[in-house]
Design a protein around this ligand. Structure first.
Ligand code: ZN
Ligand code: ZN
Length: 345
C-alpha cells in the first residue's frame, strides 16, 4: 500500500510509492564511475593556471607571495560570470524598492552571486577529496557566509552545490555557489513559519526533536560523529535524500565553530563518498539551510545541509501538486547508505 508521509519540520507531504519502490541496484543499473580525467583542462575557466589577471577574489587561501588572479591557490571565491543577481551600485540605498507593473510587483535584481572554486584540480569532487581539502571548502563557505550574512543589503544567504548536468552544473570543475538575496524566498519563508509554529505550540525546536527521535529509532540514521548527525528524513522527497545537522541546537550556519569544521567536513565527505561509490556518481544538489541574519537569535530554526540526489525526474503530478513522489523507502535508502563502506583516502 503506498503511503503519504508528512515532514514534521516543513509540513510537506510526500507520496512514498512503495508499489513501485526501487532498490539501490535499480538506481545503479548501467552506471559506472567516470573515467579518469586529467587534473588540468586548458579550456576550463576554473582550473589553476587559467585565472583572469584582473578578476576579483572575494576570498582565497593562497601560497605566500602570490596575488589574486595568479596561480598558487588552494581555494578561491570569485564573482559568478553570469550572475542571477548583481550588487547595488556603490552609494545606492540598501533598501531595494518594490514597484508595480500594472497589477504585478517587481524589483531590481540586487544580490550577490559568487562561485567557490573548491580545488585547483579539475578532476576532483568532494567525495574524492581529502578531509583537509573538504575542511578548506567548509572554511570558505563559512567565511563567505559570514561576510554576506552581515551585509545589511542582503536578507538571505544560500550556499549550494550542483553536481552533474542533471543537477544543473555547467562546469565539471569542482565548485559551489553562493547567492545572497534582498528578499526571503517563499520556500524558506514557509519553513521558518512552520518551525516557529512548532516552537510556539511545544516550546522546542522541531529539528532537535527530529534528531532525538532519529537517534533513538536508528532505522533512518546514516551516520553520526562527535558534532553532527546525518539521517534520511521520514518523508524524504527523493531517493537517498539526506540531512546533516549539528547535534547541538544552532540556528545559523554563521555559528559554526572553527573547531567543528573538521567534523562537518568528515560527515559531508563520507555521505557524498557513499553516494559516489555506492550509486556510481549520481547527480545531486545540496544546500545549506540557515536563518536570515535578522532571525539569528530566534530559537526555533536549526541549520542543516540538505542533500538531494537526482536519480529520478519530477513529472506532471509533482509539478502540478507540489507533492514529491519518492520511489525509494526512506528506511531502505538509509540502510544502504549506513551499511555501504568506503575506503578512506
Ligand atoms: Zn577545471
Ligand atoms: Zn534545534
Amino acid at each position: 500500500m503506498p503511503e503519504l508521509r508528512e515532514n514534521l519540520a516543513t509540513k510537506r507531504w510526500v507520496a512514498i510509492a512503495t508499489e513501485r519502490a526501487k532498490r539501490s541496484d535499480d538506481f545503479n543499473k548501467g552506471k559506472e564511475l567516470p573515467a579518469p580525467r586529467p587534473a588540468y583542462d586548458a579550456k576550463c575557466p576554473f582550473c589553476e593556471g587559467n585565472e583572469t589577471p584582473d578578476q576579483t577574489e572575494e576570498f582565497s587561501i593562497r601560497d605566500p607571495g602570490t596575488r589574486p588572479g595568479e596561480k598558487g591557490w588552494k581555494i578561491r571565491a570569485i564573482p559568478n560570470k553570469y550572475p542571477v543577481l548583481v550588487p547595488a551600485r556603490k552609494g545606492a540605498s540598501i533598501e531595494v524598492k518594490r514597484h508595480k507593473a500594472g497589477i504585478y510587483l517587481h524589483m531590481e535584481g540586487i544580490g550577490k552571486h559568487e562561485v567557490i572554486v573548491e580545488n585547483p584540480a579539475h578532476n576532483k569532487t568532494i567525495a574524492t577529496m581529502t578531509l583537509d581539502e573538504v575542511a578548506t571548502v567548509i572554511k570558505a563557505y563559512h567565511e563567505r557566509y559570514l561576510a554576506l550574512d552581515r551585509d545589511p543589503a542582503y536578507k538571505q544567504v544560500l550556499i549550494f552545490r550542483n553536481q552533474g548536468a542533471g543537477a544543473g552544473a555547467s562546469q565539471l570543475h569542482p565548485h559551489s555557489q553562493i547567492i545572497a538575496t534582498a528578499i526571503i524566498a517563499q520556500h524558506m519563508r514557509y519553513a521558518l513559519i512552520e518551525a516557529q509554529r512548532y516552537f510556539d505550540e511545544l516550546g522546542k525546536c522541531v529539528f532537535c526533536d527530529m534528531i532525538k527521535y532519529e537517534l533513538a529509532e536508528k532505522e533512518r540514521l546514516v551516520m553520526q560523529n562527535d558534532k553532527f548527525v546525518a539521517f534520511v528524513p521520514y518523508a524524504a522527497l527523493l531517493p537517498y535524500e539526506t540531512w546533516i545537522l549539528p547535534l547541538k541546537h544552532s540556528t545559523s550556519f554563521a555559528n559554526l565553530l572553527p573547531e567543528d569544521t573538521g567534523s562537518l567536513a568528515q560527515i559531508l565527505r563520507d555521505i557524498l563518498a557513499k553516494l559516489y561509490y555506492g550509486l556510481n556518481n549520481p547527480d545531486y544538489n545540496y544546500c545549506i539551510k540557515s536563518v536570515p541574519h535578522y532571525s539569528a537569535c530566534e530559537p526555533y530554526y536549526h541549520w542543516h545541509i540538505q542533500i538531494l540526489p537526482r536519480l529520478t525526474t519530477p513529472a506532471g503530478f509533482e509539478i502540478g501538486s507540489g507533492m514529491a513522489v519518492n520511489v525509494a523507502l526512506p528506511e531502505e535508502s538509509a540502510k544502504f547508505l549506513r551499511e555501504f563502506k568506503v575506503g578512506t583516502p
